[in-house]
Design a binder for this molecule. Structure first.
Ligand SMILES: Nc1ncnc2c1ncn2[C@@H]1O[C@H](COP(=O)(O)OP(=O)(O)O)[C@@H](O)[C@H]1O
Ligand SMILES: N[C@@H](CCC(=O)OP(=O)(O)O)C(=O)O
Length: 274
């Protein structure tokens, strides 16, 4: 499948997972964070409209408070996220400003996307920031969004948030950065002979069955949540590339339509039928 459509993308959402921001020993992955700031800033300077959906509040919070394990208590996790989010944004602010790029922070809850009025307000804010040439950096508002029955405030995970932001902002492309090359035909953590899938045109039962859980102690959703996000992307007729966050400067290759990671794009035939 050729990737011509990617080359036309102008507004691009990048979702980066905790596993690309935190090293296995719990320290911040400064190289990746710096590469991210450099790459997004230079693309923005060239005229692309970049939006960053970042995870890492809880992971960075653990680092700041020198804790090894994520606490099980919900309020403790919320507190950790509140601490980590400040540190994460402070770091982004420093590094992006080194590349002459202004950034901003938006912390969203699920109800913002569900209620038409607040959805419109969030979209307007993001559009206004982009028109001012400021990169919006978005995370879930983990300090206040917890699982509730009547009033839905939680997205579930940031893969879904990344997909919803892509739809909300009518972006042309979602690039999802993880700690792995892309989607494999089986969990590569378990099977040595797992093979990379280059293109996915539909989320079938067989594709869902390839997915296993998170690869690091910091990641949350694993591959299943990335495929759930891909469903949102397909339903909205958007495109997504899942690729390795270890080589962030390759984002440029992805945008140039080169074969990197796994490309999720509904086949033309399918689009005609629907
Ligand atoms: N079929 C699969 N293809 C690729 N990765 C898979 C698959 N099944 C399970 N995984 C695991 O999913 C992990 C990525 O998810 P996760 O740890 O949640 O990362 P992130 O923090 O980037 O969101 C990979 O490191 C890998 O171990
Ligand atoms: N909002 C959470 C991210 C949760 C999440 O989905 O993490 P990840 O699987 O690393 O993308 C945080 O900032 O810690």
């Amino acid at each position: 499948m050729n990737r011509e459509k990617i080359k036309k993308a102008k507004r691009i959402v990048i979702k980066i997972g905790t596993s690309s921001l935190i090293l296995p020993n719990g320290h911040l992955n400064l190289k990746n964070i710096d590469d991210l700031a450099f790459t997004l800033s230079s693309l923005q300077h060239e005229g692309y409209e970049m939006i960053l959906v970042t995870s890492g509040a809880v992971g960075v919070g653990l680092n700041v408070l020198e804790m090894v394990k994520r606490p099980t208590d919900m309020a403790q996790q919320q507190a950790l996220a509140a601490v980590g989010q400040v540190e994460l944004m402070s770091l982004y602010n420093q590094l992006f400003s080194r590349y002459q790029q202004k950034v901003s922070q938006l912390l969203l809850t699920r109800d913002v996307v569900d209620f038409p009025e607040s959805r419109k307000n969030a979209t307007n804010a993001i559009n206004a920031l982009l028109s001012l040439d400021i990169i919006p950096i978005i995370n879930e508002n983990d300090a206040v969004s917890v699982e509730e029955m009547a009033h839905r405030t939680k997205f579930g995970d940031n893969d879904k948030l990344g997909a919803l932001v892509t739809v909300l902002t009518d972006a042309d492309l979602l690039i999802m950065l993880s700690d792995i090359e892309g989607l494999y035909d089986k969990n590569p953590n378990i099977f040595d002979d797992a093979k990379l899938i280059e293109n996915v045109t539909e989320i079938t039962e067989t594709i869902m069955k390839t997915a296993g859980g998170a690869g690091s102690r910091f990641g949350t959703g694993g591959m299943t949540s990335k495929l759930e996000a891909a469903k949102i992307i397909f339903d909205a007729d958007k495109q997504m590339v899942l690729t390795n966050g270890a080589r962030i400067r390759e984002i440029r290759d992805v945008i140039d339509g080169k074969k990197r990671g796994t490309y999720f794009e509904k086949s033309e035939n399918k689009k005609r039928i629907l």
